[in-house]
Design a protein around this ligand. Structure first.
Ligand code: NAP
Length: 462
């Protein structure tokens, strides 16, 4: 088979943009193809690969991060190149990619956060959870942030796994956080924090919470924080009862875990994590910085399709707090020249084939992961997702539907050199990785991450 249905025997050349789980699973599926054979350039904005596995997964979850070993094996396969420190949409454009490659797979995730759209959202002390996550995980673009953890109470808005990560990270003891790869600044800030209570508030009820059971269970196993759930908040209205009756094992397990939490007497640990339900923030209050959040009590009703919705009541509650973490989901950002659905924050697509405004497939352009389906699912969800995309890509290649425009492998490097870009190849990342691990060893930490662009680039050179 020849690339793109042309006549040469050369392998097909694909660019995968983004090096998180979706990017790596797409690369693996491409490299596994024998007909056509495929070479992959993985193009990444940062000098480091793995996306949210490095920069999103909580530092106290090393088992989740271990998936990166599988990505290392993919990166070692013949035909794979890593082009780090290359921002598509900046130094390299979509138009360049379609000129240089037979196929492009966009797998750059969902870069920003969703907004609440309420007064006070931008007061100092009100943060997107994603900012805090990027900060404690050493993302080089977020190290200038400074989180004032001196107040007594923080409010985390949202009932997803990121909300649990943030609440848990804020409550870790020194013994729990010191052996992790969180940044030293984050470790010191969290250990020295004045926080006594972290409230996690969901707009719907316990049945509708989107966290997963092991993550919820873990909230009850913290050394330095009691978990508090008011049994009255677990009483289910008819709509939730009906949903629970139809629910899968995760939701049923969540309810069991919450009911067990609700029976507990606080052990008097230094901090408390309080899980609250059926309340939506309507304003973040404060003179010059966050002092409280006003929330409205919701009642839950099923709509005509049976989906349980939050309806505001007249009842309001003001929770004094000095910090707010808005953890209501990530949001994808568009790329110049590539169709984008601002409503869903995704590239319009069918099964991963990108399509234009008329619903026509754009030859050679694909997407995978969060930019394809939205910011949902766990790491493994991306394997099926990316494999589906690549199957369509290979089908198109075999049917001669790719534009067959690929330039030789050197072309992209020459173009980047011409544009003054210092590409970090996989060897550069390996140098960063080795240095970080070496720094961690004496402290029995998996790694001490490099936090700045300068440090990362100079380690990559060395
Ligand atoms: P998520 O699971 O979609 O949760 C978002 C939460 O925000 C939901 O509770 C949602 O409530 C709520 N929300 C949305 N808009 C709101 C609004 N205007 N006001 C109040 N609440 C609002 O998203 P996530 O926590 O960011 O996680 C993203 C993905 O990463 C998820 O698939 C998650 O499982 C995954 N993840 C996994 C792990 C892990 O496995 N350990 C860790 C972190 C993240 P509604 O349901 O009412 O919309």
């Amino acid at each position: 088979m020849n690339a793109g249905g042309g006549t040469s025997e050369r392998p097909l050349r694909a660019a995968v943009v983004g090096s998180g789980p979706a990017g790596f699973y797409a690369a693996a599926a491409l490299l596994a193809s024998e007909d056509p054979r495929v070479e992959v350039d993985m193009i990444e904005r940062l000098p480091t690969p793995w996306g949210l596995v490095r920069l999103g997964v909580a530092p106290d979850h090393p088992n989740l991060k271990a998936v990166s070993r599988a990505y290392e094996r993919i990166a070692k396969q013949p035909g794979f190149r890593f082009l780090g420190n290359v921002q598509v949409g900046d130094v390299l454009q979509h138009a360049d990619l379609v000129r240089l490659y037979d196929a492009v797979v966009y797998a750059f995730g969902a870069e920003t956060d969703r907004r609440l759209g309420i007064p006070g959202e931008d007061l100092p002390g009100s943060w997107a959870a994603t900012e805090f996550v990027a900060w404690y995980n050493a993302h080089p673009d977020f190290q200038h942030l400074s989180f004032d953890l001196s107040g007594e109470r923080a409010l985390v808005i949202g009932n997803g796994n990121v909300a649990l990560d943030v609440a848990r990270m804020l409550a870790l003891t020194r013994e729990e956080i010191a052996p992790t790869d969180a940044t030293d600044a984050a470790i010191e800030a969290i250990c020295g924090s004045g926080l006594r209570e972290i409230v996690v508030a969901g707009r719907r009820g316990p049945v509708q919470a989107s966290w997963t059971a092991p993550e919820l269970q873990e909230m009850g196993e913290l050394a330095g924080a009691d978990i508090i759930v008011d049994p009255a908040e677990l009483e289910l209205e008819p709509a939730s009862e009906a949903e629970l009756a139809q629910a899968g094992p995760i939701v049923r397990r969540n309810i069991e875990v919450l009911r067990e939490f609700a029976t507990r007497e606080p052990a008097g640990k230094p901090r408390r994590i309080v899980l609250r339900f059926r309340m939506s923030p309507v304003a973040i209050l404060g003179e010059g910085r966050v002092e409280a959040v006003e929330l409205v009590r919701n009642e839950l009703v099923a709509d005509e399709r049976g989906r349980v919705r939050a309806e505001p009541t007249e009842a309001r509650e003001v929770i004094p707090c000095s910090l707010v973490f808005r953890s209501i989901g990530y949001r994808g950002v568009g790329l110049p020249g590539v169709p984008f659905d601002a409503e869903t924050g995704t590239i319009p697509n069918r099964g991963g084939r990108a399509h234009d405004g008329d619903g026509e497939a754009i030859p050679g352009v694909y997407c995978a992961g969060w930019i394809k389906r939205g910011p949902t699912g766990v790491i493994g969800t991306n394997k099926k997702d990316a494999t589906e995309t690549v199957e369509l890509l290979l089908e198109d290649a075999r049917a001669g539907r790719l534009p067959n425009t690929s330039a030789p492998p050197e072309s992209v490097l020459a173009l980047l050199e011409e544009r003054g870009v210092e590409v970090v190849a996989y060897g550069g990342w390996e140098a960063i990785d080795a240095l970080e691990r070496t720094r961690g060893e004496p402290h029995e930490r998996p790694r001490i991450k490099l936090c700045s662009w300068d440090e990362l680039l100079s380690a990559a050179r060395g």
